[in-house]
Design a protein around this ligand. Structure first.
Ligand SMILES: Nc1ncnc2c1ncn2[C@@H]1O[C@H](COP(=O)(O)OP(=O)(O)OP(=O)(O)O)[C@@H](O)[C@H]1O
Ligand SMILES: CC(=O)N[C@H]1[C@@H]2OC[C@@H](O2)[C@@H](O)[C@@H]1O[C@H](C)C(=O)O
Length: 408
């Protein structure tokens, strides 16, 4: 009897699953809308035996037109359905073109890449605790940049839309960092906190490798750079962000504004929790400024206060997680906020016992870490097992994530 005819792309996936390693491009475009992170990874093995070689990394910056298009729908409760529909394939095609551009620069042919793992662009994140709609008693999140367009545009089998499975299994769709951090960065020598300072800040707690994996978890902590960037854009539209925290470092913390900003249930909510610019956006900031009579506060002082807010958010989440025992001293930073000395100084004040280093020291460049995460998730989907870490409320659903798009 002849074997059943197999779709050649399925045959390719089966072949890839049986290989000792895979070459996977991870794509991530986060809440800061600064660009598309493209990480070409060689991933050997799977599960806790995964070994990463980052062959190439680039951030393909978004131009002003792309940022404007995304901002037309980004974190907005009401948008044009037509616009959203048009943006979905447009972003997929943009991301495919960015991949091809990087491959040309790196002199790698698309045929030499096994998979693309595409996060897409989060345009709305709606955990239940945030949307609070009784008619929809569940979590939801929406990423645009359809995987079919990435697959057809690049000619590479593409995994995408990773967050839906996490939601379907009872999670909030984020943070997914726990999976990649656990597989790549656990160490027998120390327990660790991996603190990512993106638009939104989050951390993963990793016990010592070989220890009790059920204690690992990740959570968002509140704003990272999102409010800092938003106030800069209002006052200094020619700037994307406060480079090297210069303006924030020249300002003074305003205790009244800080208290008004912290007067929100998110900061006291139990862990793990997720959030986004839907909550921590211009309206939240404007309301806190009104309540604290700081609408005329100097830009520098507002920035200093917002950097403090991000650090206090992190510190409160760490304190909540480690109420009964000391928090790990080893804290590894990643994300754009790790380049902001004002944010780092505030963190050092609020976590005085922490020893800060960059994830770069662990072989994972901080700016590439989230793009690498999606390559790791696709690697697990092809060659690994659904992975269960954490326990109780902090349990990460044991699922494999990502939808598969064939190029033809
Ligand atoms: N040299 C620097 N000085 C100050 N801030 C910086 C610097 N470099 C990057 N940033 C900050 O980092 C931001 C980009 O961070 P990153 O790329 O980690 O965010 P993201 O991945 O979009 O966010 P998220 O992880 O929430 O999805 C910039 O918008 C800026 O606020
Ligand atoms: C819904 C969404 O896109 N969330 C992002 C965002 O950016 C940081 C933080 O908020 C984190 O929860 C998440 O991304 C990372 C990659 C994660 O899932 O771990």
């Amino acid at each position: 009897m002849h074997p059943l005819p197999l779709n050649p792309y399925l045959a390719r996936l089966c072949h890839l699953a049986s290989q000792p390693s895979r070459r996977i491009i991870g794509l991530m475009s986060g809440t800061s809308l600064d660009g598309l992170d493209v990480a070409l990874c060689r991933l050997e093995g799977h599960g806790p035996g995964t070994r990463l070689t980052l062959e190439h990394f680039a951030t393909v910056p978004y131009d002003a037109d792309t940022r404007d298009r995304i901002r037309t729908v980004f974190a907005r409760e009401q948008v044009s359905l037509e616009y959203l529909t048009l943006l979905n394939p447009w972003l997929g095609q943009l991301h495919a073109a960015a991949v091809l551009r990087c491959l040309r620069e790196w002199q790698v042919s698309p045929a030499e890449v096994d998979l693309v793992a595409s996060h897409g662009q989060t345009v709305y994140h709606a955990p239940q605790h945030q949307h609070q709609r009784p008619d929809f008693p569940h979590n939801a999140t929406l990423q645009l940049g359809d995987g079919d367009h990435v697959a057809v545009g690049t000619g590479i089998i593409t995994f995408s839309d990773f967050r839906q499975k996490h939601v379907a299994a009872g999670g909030e769709g984020a943070p997914l960092a726990a999976y990649g951090d656990f597989l790549l960065l656990s160490s027998p020598a120390e327990e660790r906190l991996l603190l990512n300072l993106g638009g939104i800040a989050n951390f993963t707690y990793l016990p010592r490798a070989g220890g009790d994996a059920s204690t690992a978890f990740s959570t968002d902590t509140g704003p990272g750079n999102t409010l800092l960037d938003s106030i800069i854009r209002t006052h200094r539209p020619e700037l994307q962000y406060d480079e090297d925290g210069r303006l924030a470092l020249a300002g003074r913390l305003h205790p009244g504004l800080l208290a008004a900003l912290l007067d929100h249930p998110f900061f006291a909510a139990p862990l793990p929790k997720t959030t986004g610019p839907e909550l921590f956006g211009a309206a939240y900031l404007a309301a806190a400024r009104q309540r604290s009579n700081t609408t005329e506060l100097a830009l520098e002082d507002t920035l200093a206060t917002l950097a403090e807010l991000s650090a206090v958010g992190v510190a409160r989440a760490v304190q909540a997680a480690f109420a009964a025992r000391p928090a790990p001293a080893a804290v590894y930073l990643s994300g754009g906020g790790a380049h902001n000395p004002a944010l780092r100084a505030a963190l050092a004040r609020h976590l005085p016992l922490a020893h800060f280093a960059a994830t770069d020291e662990l072989g994972v460049p901080g700016d590439a870490k989230e793009a690498i995460l999606f390559a790791v998730l696709a690697n697990e989907a092809v060659a690994g097992q659904p992975l269960s870490i954490g326990a109780g409320r902090q349990r990460v659903p044991a699922v494999s994530m990502g939808k598969i798009s064939f190029p033809g």
